[in-house]
Each structure stands twice: as structure tokens, then as C-alpha cells.
Design a protein around this ligand. Structure first.
Ligand SMILES: Nc1ncnc2c1ncn2[C@@H]1O[C@H](COP(=O)(O)OP(=O)(O)OP(=O)(O)O)[C@@H](O)[C@H]1O
Ligand SMILES: [Zn+2]
Length: 666
């Protein structure tokens, strides 16, 4: 074994490696490579965890897995395969999610170093918090196509994973999806929601019917056409979509006419919507039974051709009907209460979404797309390149050596690039370790945020699920109203269920209130100051401001920025504290770096995100700070309710492959 050949590693390191205990989180593209590197470098005590099973699509790059392993636990098979390189190694595998209660601070404290090889932000955030609490060094890594990144996270010494707010995951206003799509992606999201309404896990946020609460539709939305159909939430009151579809035995023609003819006519009746937009054109199933005059249309069976071709309406209708037929049968075979799960790699589920998206696109005068393009958008596919994973995993293990030697000052982040930069570098190191952001709402001394929220419409359930869990990455939060003994949310099952559907204001969570949120598993406490906001049509019902100080007047913030920039020019006295670029500067650099094929910018200076869930960075809020302050004075003003944002993180960013955190310029 390489590491035991004298001279490969110095003796001290060889011993440290042999005596260390390492946790690898994730046994996918990077995780398999890391595990192989660890075993071949002489690590003897390794634990690996992955919640997933092996899929055929993993085999091209996750080389510890072979055809016969498909369907088996990734962690277990990775362990078995890696042991064949060194049977003396002790590898413990867990087929589980790292976010479950079994892996708390004590679990993490056992390790010398933790190596993340994950593909989603939620798990990364969670491991970040546990490593900070347990004070265990974490090496975070990710790839996206040809770009890769490795960084050390060590409490008090480096930035943590959450020190710089990540760009919010893309989402669209519900009324755009339901009423006024203008881009193919809007139709694709709608079609995925439709799949869930008919066959999947249906969710109130994913309603596909016309939204009569759309503020732009005016007070009399759809009144003339179908006056009695809208319920008080603004949804067209029909029997639950699935119940209705079941009642008509998933008849493709009936479903088609309801969605693409009746609902579109209903939308047309909301005439205010079409004053500045091209109105949609309802289509009847019966009009698509024959190909368009003169066209010889055939739905090809050749997979490549089928994927690349932009299907006509006739072809789309045919694919739609076939997929509904098959999905209906698959659904019928499930036990009562169970549902199908949409998967881009499932032929019928993908056919259904591609066909429905194209039919809706045509109705709204939007360009139809090929199945391949729709799959890329619906599945948020970013190509995974085996070589980038291998290089990145190599850098991870090399950084682990430095961590074991406690040479933290040499653990600068490294970025893998597609081509050489101006300094002939393919692997671009950060100039120094980047110090923690003192205002970080995770690793800062006093974790606090401001929550700008529509207190009159957002419910306690949304506070818990959308704000605390999905956005602030808690796992099972407890929340009290500060200064009182009022328990708003309890992690004890059932204890505060009666609060769930209440609006924040009903529990006296109004402008200026302070909430204390706490996650026992993460050992994390957060102070949340609530500011009421009345969102507009395109705005989310809430936004998190990560740095409360940013609510000071703009001029002061500008002065601070200049000072920060000046500080960056200072020579480093302690590389850990002063040597790295400031957060703001780092972001600026990344924006200028336009040569990258793909990069994710953590831009402190960008405009506020238009997406549904946003965590504003300090300067974003600074720019709008006066209006925030004004709003504090006018909290009781009532405006038309904003459309509910549809959370489409899963559809678009899919939380997956968001591995890159930042790629700085060279
Ligand atoms: N909470 C979690 N706990 C444990 N493992 C996780 C968790 N979240 C994600 N993972 C694992 O992290 C790994 C990431 O690997 P990778 O990015 O190669 O994804 P993949 O699912 O194997 O590939 P692809 O997404 O391209 O199909 C996956 O094996 C995934 O199961
Ligand atoms: Zn931090």
C-alpha cells in the first residue's frame, strides 16, 4: 500500500494518518474517490455515511460500484469495495441520512476530521453546524462540471459554510406559474406540480388551477365566467384534483379538457391579466386527434431522436395520453395512500411532464422545447465530470494531511478550473485562509437575523417549514416568543400542532417582536427579530436579513465598505484573521470572473434576489434600508396580498449539485 512505503509520507504524517479517525459524508461521485484515496494513503479508521442506494446512472463515475450493486446501499458497497484495497482498514458504513438524530454532537466529536462529499445545501449546512459545535475540522468540497472547490472550515479560524449567504434557490411567484407563464420553465414547473397533484405527493403550494387571488387580476377576477368556483383562498373550488381525476378514471381526454380548455377559458375571463399580455388560446382534446393538415407526424421510438425533437401539439398530446395511461396503472398498483415520485430518469414521469409543459407552452405562445431540454431544466442537470471529482477528492485528502499536521494556515481553499489562468494555474488557491464573518448567523458570537415577513398571512406552519427548516436550515426547531413563556413551535410531536394554521399575527408575532429559535440537535440558537412586510405581486412573503446592523442608514454602510476595502490592502499579520479578502471583496472578484463556464457567485453586492426565499446580504439590505425603516412605521397598511411564491427549489436547483460556493478570480 502506497502510504506504507517508506518515504512516500514523512514518518510523523504516516503515524498521524494511521492514528486518525475520519468521517466521510456522502458516497457519491466525490465520496467514492475520497474513500479510495483514504484507504490507499494509509487511513485505517474510517466511517462513511450515505442515505442513498446505487443507481445505474452512478456507475459511469462512482467506480466503487458495479452493475451487480444497483439498488444496494452506497455506503455499504463503497465500504466493501474499498476494503478490497486494504483489508486491514476498519471501515464502518451507515446507510442513513447524516441529518437524523443519531448523529449528534457526540457522534461528530469522535473524529479527527470530517470530509463532506455531499450534493445538497441542507445536509452541508447541517454538517457545518455540527462540526462547529463539536469543534471538529470539516473539509467541504463540491464540483459542478469542470469546476471544483475544496475548503477547510474550522471554528474560529475560517469562514464557515454559512458565513456568506448563498444565492437563494430559484423560485417563481405562484401566480406566474398558475396564471401567466411567460417562459418554458414556468410551464415545466407547472407540469411537475400537475404530476404531483395527480400521482405524487400533493402539496397545497403546488396548485395548478387558476389563482383568483392574483392581485393583478383585480377584485373581480374571473367573476363573470365562473363566479362561484373560487374559494376564499382564491383557488378554484373543485374537488381535490386527484379525487376528481380518480372519479373520471384518469380519462386523458377529460383531464386534458379541464386543464387546457376549461381552466384556460377561466384564465381568459380574468381580463385584467391580459391587458398587457398575449392571452392564452384554449385547446380542446378533440382538436388534436388528427395531425395538423398536411403534416405527417409520428412519435418516434428512437430514444435519441425522441429526446432531441421538439414535438408538435399532436405528438405531445399522444405522448401525454400514453404517459397518463401508464402512470395511472402504476399508481393503481400502489397501496392506498401511497403515491408516485417524480423522477427525471423515469420515462413515463418525464414523458408526462415534457408533454404537458409543451402543451401549456403552446397555449401561452411560449416556445416548445425538446424532451432533452425539458429534462435538463426539470431535473436541474449539471454534468458530473469524473475527472473533476477525482481531482477534487485528491485535493480533499491532501488538505486532510495538513489538518492532521495542524498546519491550518496552509489550508487555503483551492478551486479547480477548466483552463489555465493568467498565472498558469489550473488549481487556483485562495491567497490565504478567509476569517469567519463576525456577523455570521451561524458561527458568529450572537447568532441573529431579521425576518421580514407578512405577519398577517404567513402561518406558524410556514414559519417552521419554509423559514426555519428550509431557509434557516434547522432540523427540528423550538421557538418561543422572547420575554414570554409562549411556546410558538415545539419539537415535541403534537405539542404545538394547534398553532400550525394560525397566522403569525394571531399569536402576537407582529412587527418588532423577537423570537428565540433553538435546534437541540444542532446545538444552535438563533435570535429572530420580526419586521412586518406587505409583499408585492412578485415578492416573496418573507426574507431573511442575515446582518441586523445592515438596517442602519445607507451612508454609514458605504463608509464601512470603504474601510473594509482599505483593510483588505493591509499586509497580513495573522493569516488566519487578516490575510484573506473580505467577504465583500471576495464577492466582487468573483463577479468579474466572467471566463468561468459556470460559477456560483456569493455576491454581497448584487441586487436582492428576485427569488422566493431570499437571504439578503448586508449591503442588499443597506440599499433598501430606508424603505425597510419606513415599512416599520406603516405595518398595518393593507395591500392586495402577494401571490404565494411557489417553492421550486427542488425542481430547479434541486438542492443538488450546488457544490460550488465561490470561485474567486486568480
Ligand atoms: N443527508 C444526507 N446524508 C447522507 N448522504 C447524503 C445526504 N444528502 C446527500 N447524500 C449523498 O451525497 C452523495 C452526493 O454524491 P453525488 O453528488 O455524486 O450525487 P449522486 O446522487 O450520486 O449523483 P447524481 O445526483 O448526479 O445522480 C449522494 O450519494 C447522496 O446520497
Ligand atoms: Zn459562519
Amino acid at each position: 500500500m502506497a502510504a506504507q512505503i517508506a518515504g512516500v509520507f514523512e514518518k510523523g504524517l504516516q503515524e498521524k494518518i494511521a492514528n486518525s479517525k475520519v468521517l466521510v459524508v456522502g458516497a457519491g461521485g466525490i465520496g467514492c474517490e475520497i474513500l479510495k484515496n483514504l484507504v490507499l494513503s494509509g487511513f485505517l479508521d474510517i466511517e462513511i455515511i450515505d442515505l442513498d442506494t446505487i443507481d445505474v446512472s452512478n456507475l459511469n463515475r462512482q467506480f466503487l460500484f458495479h452493475k451487480e450493486h444497483v439498488g444496494k446501499s452506497k455506503a455499504n458497497v463503497a465500504r466493501e469495495s474499498a476494503l478490497s484495497f486494504n483489508p486491514n482498514a476498519k471501515i464502518k458504513a451507515y446507510h442513513d441520512s447524516i441529518t437524523t438524530n443519531d448523529y449528534g454532537v457526540h457522534f461528530f466529536q469522535k473524529f479527527s476530521v470530517v470530509l463532506n462529499a455531499l450534493d445538497n445545501r441542507a445536509a452541508r449546512n447541517h454538517v457545518n453546524r455540527l462540526c462547529l459545535t463539536a469543534n471538529i475540522p470539516l473539509i467541504e468540497s463540491g464540483t459542478a462540471g469542470y469546476n471544483g472547490q475544496v475548503e477547510l472550515i474550522k471554528r474560529g479560524l475560517t469562514q464557515c459554510y454559512e458565513c456568506v449567504p448563498k444565492p437563494a434557490q430559484k423560485s417563481f411567484p405562484g401566480c406566474t406559474i398558475r396564471n401567466t407563464p411567460s417562459e418554458p420553465i414556468h410551464c415545466i414547473v407547472w407540469a411537475k406540480h400537475l404530476f404531483n397533484q395527480l400521482f405524487g405527493e400533493s402539496n397545497d403550494d403546488e396548485d395548478v388551477s387558476p389563482d383568483t387571488a392574483d392581485p393583478e387580476a383585480g377584485d373581480k377576477a374571473g367573476e363573470e365566467a365562473l363566479a362561484k368556483e373560487a374559494n376564499k383562498e382564491g383557488n378554484v373550488d373543485r374537488v381535490n384534483t386527484r379525487t376528481w381525476a380518480k372519479q373520471c378514471d384518469f380519462d386523458p381526454a377529460k383531464i386534458f379538457n379541464k386543464l387546457f380548455f376549461d381552466d384556460i377559458k377561466y384564465l381568459l375571463s380574468m381580463s385584467d391579466l391580459w391587458k398587457t399580455r398575449k392571452p392564452p388560446m384554449p385547446v380542446e382534446w378533440e382538436s388534436l386527434l388528427e395531425p395538423a393538415a398536411g403534416a405527417t407526424e409520428e412519435v418516434t421510438e428512437n430514444v435519441a431522436q425522441r429526446d432531441q425533437k421538439v414535438l408538435s401539439m399532436f405528438e405531445s398530446a399522444k405522448v401525454y395520453a400514453e404517459s397518463v395511461g401508464t402512470l395511472k396503472e402504476l399508481f393503481a398498483k400502489l397501496p392506498e395512500g401511497d403515491h408516485l415520485t417524480w423522477d427525471k430518469d423515469d420515462k413515463h414521469a418525464m414523458d408526462f411532464v415534457a408533454a404537458c409543459a409543451n402543451i401549456r407552452a403552446e397555449i401561452f405562445g411560449i416556445a416548445r422545447k425538446s424532451r432533452f431540454d425539458i429534462k435538463s431544466m426539470a431535473g436541474n442537470i449539471i454534468p458530473a465530470i469524473a475527472t473533476t471529482n477525482a481531482i477534487t477528492a485528491g485535493l480533499v485528502v491532501m488538505m486532510a494531511f495538513r489538518v492532521l499536521k495542524e498546519e491550518y494556515s496552509k489550508c487555503n481553499s483551492v478551486y479547480v478550473r477548466l483552463g489555465l489562468n493568467g498565472r498558469n494555474q489550473l488549481f487556483v488557491p485562495e491567497s490565504a485562509i478567509v476569517a469567519p464573518n463576525p456577523k455570521c448567523y451561524v458561527c458568529g458570537a450572537k447568532p441573529e437575523v431579521i425576518l421580514q415577513v407578512d405577519t398577517k398571512n404567513v402561518t406558524i406552519r410556514e414559519l417552521r417549514d419554509d423559514i426555519l427548516i428550509k431557509t434557516l436550515n434547522m432540523v427540528s426547531p423550538d421557538v418561543i416568543l422572547d420575554g414570554t413563556s409562549v411556546i410558538v413551535i415545539s419539537s415535541e410531536e403534537g405539542e404545538t400542532d394547534s398553532n400550525n394554521e394560525k397566522k403569525l399575527a394571531e399569536l402576537y408575532i407582529v412587527n418588532g417582536c423577537v423570537l428565540k429559535a433553538d435546534d437541540f440537535l444542532q446545538n444552535y440558537e438563533l435570535t429572530i427579530t420580526v419586521l412586518h412586510k406587505d409583499p408585492g405581486r412578485e415578492e416573496a412573503s418573507f426574507a431573511i436579513v442575515a446582518d441586523p446592523d445592515s438596517l442602519k442608514p445607507k451612508e454609514l454602510v458605504e463608509v464601512d465598505k470603504v474601510t473594509d476595502a482599505a483593510d483588505d490592502q493591509q499586509p497580513s499579520t495573522s493569516s488566519a484573521q487578516n490575510g484573506g479578502p473580505s467577504h465583500a471583496k471576495k464577492a466582487r472578484i468573483a463577479v468579474q470572473d466572467s471566463d468561468d463556464d459556470m460559477y456560483i457567485v456569493e455576491d454581497d453586492e448584487e441586487k436582492p434576489s428576485t427569488s422566493g426565499i431570499s437571504i439578503s446580504s448586508p449591503s442588499e439590505v443597506a440599499a433598501g434600508s430606508s424603505s425597510v425603516l419606513e415599512k416599520r412605521k406603516h405595518t398595518q397598511d393593507t395591500e392586495a396580498p402577494a401571490c404565494k411564491k411557489v417553492k421550486v427549489a427542488a425542481e430547479l436547483q434541486d438542492e443538488e449539485n450546488d457544490g460550488l460556493i465561490i470561485i474567486p478570480d486568480e
